[in-house]
Design a protein around this ligand. Structure first.
Ligand SMILES: [Zn+2]
Ligand SMILES: [Zn+2]
Ligand SMILES: [Zn+2]
Length: 460
């Protein structure tokens, strides 16, 4: 009798059990945690809803230290956190802007250091890495777009095919083609680890990213390849760089670690978009539970591509590329499941709409009335290069802002998209202004309705 009776556990007991479970299994989502909790406490009746609330209430204690949410002042919303890139020399790109650190919620941003006038080109920037839009990626796989800078090569292939260069392996397994020697040389930063001939274990990973149209996963593979290869070049002059013989990974690692970050689990708890924000068209369907099985499959493919390929022959090839072992701190941060999810979160938050990750561009915050725009002007020679142009005059000290959403949308739609991507309630001037307008309108409509009703009743 009593053996079949289940009880609703008291709050404190339940809370303690949940916290210890979550600490033990930080990557588990609500559903799995719920199942685990009930299997460990067979007499308990606990709804997923109650579990979710307890997790939410005890967020601070269940999260690993390094990823603790910034202390929100009045709200409990989690914001992406970003830090300054140590030693970043902004003047490499522009003398007109500087980096400013605001606070823990807002993180960093860019402000004008000198007056900027409407139409001015503020800077041009080549990407740190690119995970291009899928149409371009498919052209790369078909040897019809540059595997480094993503520029389509069709014109060149028909007019002067001999100028288009092949991957250095010249293997038929690798479809990579390059615009010129510069692109070929710069591709050494990432290509060897993503080349089907040099690192066959990367093929399943990139195939998985392609099948799932998962741009953040592709971008994370590109970033990882770049950092691991940079570490191999210590003591040698870095490819495509002019900074002599410092360990290139340190610099790349500083940038990567300082990117705005919100882990996938945190995103999932807020029902935020799991795939690529800014280019994701499936919002708001992501309100549903994200598919953790997909994350786990992706994580296995990721580890197999860069750490432990499933076949001995592939392991040998990978070992040839990675002779120097990756520092433990970096390996842990990249390849643990938790680190992987945070890596995906970083990519999702920082990719430019066309899939590039840019050092200076990644500092830009959002406003629904942006004062700068990002263009891909060099479409025929360097598609992935961006040009930042002032949309209006910007005074010294003013922040440079881009828009992450379609600015022609209404305030509710804009806010809901931004919220969906984890940026919280947009409080830019325009949103505040339009919100006021909307509520005034509402009041006006209420008054109209009241008048009509009264008129109908013959009161007026
Ligand atoms: Zn190129
Ligand atoms: Zn290749
Ligand atoms: Zn806004």
């Amino acid at each position: 009798m009593s053996g079949t009776t289940s009880i609703s556990p008291p709050e404190e007991g339940l809370k303690a059990a949940v916290i210890s479970l979550k600490r033990e299994h930080p990557a588990l989502g609500i559903a799995k945690l719920h199942a685990l909790l009930l299997s460990e406490n067979p007499g308990w009746t606990v709804s997923e809803k109650r579990l979710r609330r307890i997790l939410k209430d005890s967020k601070g204690v269940t999260q690993p230290q390094q990823h603790q949410a910034p202390e929100a002042s009045s709200e409990t919303h989690l914001y992406p956190s970003s830090t300054l890139v140590e030693g970043l020399d902004v003047t490499k790109w522009s003398a007109a802007v500087e980096v400013k650190y605001y606070d823990r919620n807002k993180g960093k941003g860019l402000v004008a250091k000198e007056p900027i006038s409407e139409g001015q080109v503020i800077w041009k920037e080549d990407p740190f890495i690119v995970a291009p839009e899928w149409e371009i990626y498919d052209l790369q796989l078909a040897s019809r777009a540059c595997a480094h800078c993503t520029t389509p090569l069709m014109d060149r292939l028909s007019s002067s095919p001999s100028l288009v260069l092949r991957c250095t392996t010249a293997s038929s397994a690798c479809p990579a083609r390059f615009c010129n020697r510069l692109c070929l040389r710069r591709s050494e930063q990432t290509h060897p680890l993503l080349c089907p001939a040099q690192n066959p274990a990367s093929v399943p990973l990139l195939g998985f990213a392609r099948r799932n149209a998962w741009m953040a996963l592709h971008a994370l593979a590109q970033c990882t390849a770049r950092m691991l290869l940079a570490h191999q070049q210590q003591g040698r002059r870095r490819v495509g760089r002019d900074d002599g013989d410092r360990d290139g990974m340190e610099e790349d690692w500083r940038l990567y670690s300082a990117l705005a970050d919100l882990g996938m689990e945190e995103r999932a708890q807020g029902s935020w978009c799991v795939y690529v924000p800014r280019t994701c068209v499936c919002f708001p369907m992501h309100g549903a539970e994200p598919d953790r099985a997909t994350w786990q499959t992706a994580h296995s493919a990721f580890v197999e591509a860069f750490v432990l390929p499933p076949e001995a022959a592939w392991q040998k090839k990978l070992a040839k590329l990675l002779k120097r072992p990756t520092p433990k701190e970096v390996a842990d941060a990249l390849f643990t499941y938790d680190g992987f999810l945070h890596g995906l979160g970083r990519m999702s938050l920082n990719l430019e709409a066309h899939g590039g990750l840019y050092t200076l561009h990644s500092h830009l915050n959002h406003s629904c009335s942006p004062n700068i725009s990002v263009r891909h002007l060099d479409q025929r020679t360097a598609l992935s290069r961006i040009t930042i142009i002032a949309k209006r005059d910007i005074d010294v000290g003013q922040e440079l802002v881009i828009t992450y959403v379609d600015p022609s949308l209404g305030v509710r739609e804009r806010r809901s998209q931004l919220y969906g991507w984890g940026f919280g309630q947009c409080k830019c001037e325009r949103c505040v202004e339009e919100e006021k307008g909307a509520s005034n309108n509402q009041e006006g409509q209420d008054q109209d309705l009241e008048r009509e009703l009264k008129a109908g009743l013959g009161i007026v």
